[in-house]
Design a protein around this ligand. Structure first.
Ligand SMILES: [Fe+2]
Ligand SMILES: [Fe+2]
Length: 351
């Protein structure tokens, strides 16, 4: 439960002059107590610089992934096989843009502007999820992305709804609801293909073969090699380790693949009675590191397209800013006029 003491201690401007060092200790203690008590940290609360920096890095990378993730699927909008499929895909791609917006807004509450973050994305100083550096070669890839990529994202993101930072946790609640639609449309698409002609079945299987391993990489490096994990768990930004979430995802996917009538491309995949989980094969971490370094099949294409979209959208940002400016000044004039009128009624502005 939130206590008044935490709130007061965590808001420096409300405390007045005091011994700075003593205050710093008190703020830190209050922050730790709040995190331990599962309270949410809010934008105006005191927080350690490293906590803020970790959140900015994670939320920015997440936001960038949402908007870069629009590209591989947008590739198929014009070639969707029916109007129904096209409408679903357009709605999905649009949702991802929305997710980007919620997340850039969450990052702004930490004192980082969207412009600054986009600039870091465009100059390669911040990353997005490597999964989007793989190409979408056939229509079945739209289904495989929905089932596996959105599925992995949900597995990662549901625990983030309980993240210690309030604005991030709240953004995740809405995002997860939409992601589960994405996962289901992908699953239904693959099921339709799998039960279709032999060629359609083969296309679905080929897409799953190509997306399975990259999806497992989405959970990040193994726990013993993960730089940020331990601290993020202490701060309750992260609730489960990479390997734990990856195992959960594998266990969810195996029976789903059976229902789909498709196989997962891993000869070592089998149920382990003792562990109560599926064992699975070794992930090719060399591939993961190469894609991360920028040597994936589509790294260059994705960032070039993103920069171009940003440049070509400059007029939209200018128009939106001009519109907002016009309305702000109109509001100011109107409010001023209302005040003058009220004043006149009261006899104050009778000069
Ligand atoms: Fe999303
Ligand atoms: Fe999604």
């Amino acid at each position: 439960m939130a206590t008044a003491a935490h709130r007061i201690a965590r808001t420096p401007e409300e405390d007045g002059p005091a011994d700075e060092a003593a205050l710093a200790v008190a703020y830190e203690a209050a922050f730790d107590a709040a995190v331990a008590a599962d309270e949410r940290i809010e934008p105006r609360d005191w927080m350690p610089d490293a906590y803020r920096a970790t959140l900015v890095r994670q939320i920015a990378q997440h936001a960038h992934s949402e908007i870069i993730g629009m590209q591989p699927e947008a590739n198929w909008i014009t070639r969707a096989p029916s109007l129904r499929r096209k409408a679903i895909l357009m709605a999905k791609v649009q949702d991802e843009a929305g997710h980007g917006l919620y997340l850039y807004s969450a990052a702004e509450t930490l004192g980082t502007s969207r412009d600054e973050l986009l600039d870091k994305l465009h100059s390669g100083r911040q990353k997005y999820s490597s999964i989007f550096n793989y190409p979408t070669l056939t229509w079945a890839d739209v289904g495989a992305i929905g089932w596996l990529v959105d599925g992995a994202a949900i597995t990662n993101q549901v625990p983030l709804c309980r993240c210690s930072y309030g604005p991030y946790a709240r953004a995740m609640v809405r995002i997860c609801k939409e992601e589960s639609f994405h996962q289901r449309q992908g699953y239904e698409l693959l099921l339709t293909l799998s039960r279709g002609t032999p060629e359609q079945h083969e296309m679905a299987q080929d897409a799953v073969n190509r997306w399975w391993w990259p999806s497992l990489m989405m959970f990040g490096p193994p726990d013993d090699q993960s730089q940020h994990s331990a601290q993020s768990m202490t701060w309750k930004i992260k609730r489960h380790s990479n390997d734990e979430l990856r195992q959960r995802f594998v266990d969810i996917c195996v029976p789903q693949a059976e229902t789909l009538g498709l196989t997962l491309p891993d000869p070592d995949l089998r149920w382990n009675e003792e562990r109560g989980h599926h064992d699975f094969g070794e992930i090719d971490w060399t591939e993961f590191r190469e894609v991360l370094k920028g040597n994936g099949p589509c790294n260059e294409q994705r960032i070039t397209q993103r920069r171009r979209a940003h440049d070509e959208g400059a007029w939209v940002r200018e128009a939106a800013a001009a519109y907002a400016e016009k309305h702000t000044s109109k509001d100011t004039v109107q409010n001023g006029a209302t005040r003058a009128n009220n004043g006149a009624k009261d006899g104050e502005a009778a000069a």
